[in-house]
Design a protein around this ligand. Structure first.
Ligand code: NAP
Length: 249
């Protein structure tokens, strides 16, 4: 029986990890995507798409698919999936590893203000009209329609359809990685005064943080959600080492 590993993905780290593990012919890998993006990037291993149907559905999948171990390599803000993975693996008695990117850390020159959630970010923009860069998922930007006095530049992987119900909004549909130079040019072109972003960690989307620092702009950072207390590593290399220990080749 090949050892089957379920990788909960949706991140570049998950894709990188899956690619690294293909070197192990004795492992059978499945990468799971939520199905949020319209044109997901090609993955190096077989993919399944869509929710499992809560904790019970995930437990059923783990059993029927004969999964031997799970690696939760979802985005740090996909906390529900992480909670479900922890509960389902505990119930099914399976080993679970979380691969979680370390958050970005504030350095000299950063004007970061942490806010607990999206509504708090909307409120923190204030009453006075400002020019705002939203680097958030297309579903999260919807809340900013409650503050139509601001001018928005929205960058998302998929188009925001329908567009935000505000008088002044521009859109950039793009998938990272982004450079600091490119993001600085974008912020200057749109005369951005404040950014709203998640603390995703990793280099792919850090360019905007460097650009904000260079331009002296405020950044409203959504706090990371709480995730379950399970064994965790920060890099794909460390996750590969965990698999090597679990299933020596
Ligand atoms: P979530 O709130 O943790 O998950 C909601 C539900 O989606 C889960 O309960 C599960 O449904 C399903 N799901 C999530 N990830 C899955 C996966 N890898 N495979 C199968 N089903 C999955 O996560 P989310 O709604 O995807 O995202 C929450 C936050 O994370 C948002 O802020 C989003 O923008 C961010 N995010 C960012 C990225 C990125 O930038 N790469 C990727 C993903 C998420 P069932 O309960 O039915 O199993």
């Amino acid at each position: 029986m090949p050892r089957r590993i379920l990788i909960l993905g949706g991140t570049a780290d998950a894709r990188r990890l899956a690619g690294r593990l293909t070197a192990r012919a004795d492992l059978d890998l499945i990468l799971s995507l939520a199905g949020r993006t319209e044109n997901p990037v090609t993955q190096p291993v077989p993919v399944r798409v869509g929710g499992f149907g809560g904790i019970a559905g995930l437990v059923t999948t783990l059993k029927t698919e004969g999964i031997s171990a799970v690696i939760d390599a979802t985005h740090p803000y996909a906390a529900q999936m992480s909670r479900h993975a922890a509960a389902a693996c505990a119930e099914a008695g399976l080993p679970l590893l979380a691969l979680r990117r370390a958050p970005w850390v504030k350095i000299a020159g950063d004007k970061w203000r942490e806010v607990p959630d999206v509504p708090a970010a909307v409120a923190a923009l204030g009453e006075t009209p400002r020019r705002v860069f939203l680097a958030l998922g297309r579903n999260e930007v919807r809340a900013f329609a409650a503050a139509p006095q601001h001018a928005y530049l929205v960058r998302s992987v998929d188009p925001v359809v329908p567009p935000l119900a505000v008088p002044d909004a521009a859109y950039v549909v793009a998938r990272g990685p982004f450079t600091a130079e490119g993001d600085r040019a974008l912020l200057e072109e749109h005369r951005i005064e404040v950014l709203v972003a998640k603390n995703s960690g990793g280099p792919a989307t850090y360019g905007k943080m460097e650009a904000a620092r260079a331009l002296g702009l405020e950044v409203l950072l959504l706090a990371r959600p709480e995730v379950p207390d399970v064994e965790a590593v920060e890099t794909a290399d460390a996750a590969v080492a965990w698999v090597e220990r679990l299933f020596p080749g």
